[in-house]
Design a protein around this ligand. Sequence first.
Ligand SMILES: [Zn+2]
Length: 139
Amino acid sequence: MKSGDEIKCQFCAKDAFAVKETLMDGWIKKGDILKCSACGAKLADIQQADALTKQAVSSEKLDKLASFLGTEKIVNKKLESDGEKAFCKDCKYYIKHPFINRCGLHTKEVNPMDDCEDFVTPSLELLTRINNLTLRQDK
Ligand SMILES: [Zn+2]
């Protein structure tokens, strides 16, 4: 069955024509259907158009997702490379405190974004220990 075909409608039982109608969801084309020209009942989906539209939409979504993920990857990489810089905030000796951030090595006040010749990358274990220490100091 295609648009313009003479039909005997299974709903109203009249001799009518199949009329193509495009279903829209806002601005997105959802697909084409064939309607009875007499009663307007839906006779059939035009499957191919429907499937193609869905495919186009989903690949568009995938593209968006991919570009989004790509962006995120770049952001992550940027953060990682920032971490490689010798900021005091990333240093083993950096002691976080609500008011004064201290350097445990030089025993002085430091800013998180300071850099230091004696920068040491902390291990996760040390970070945890420092955090626990900071937490205990807070109490
Ligand atoms: Zn009908």
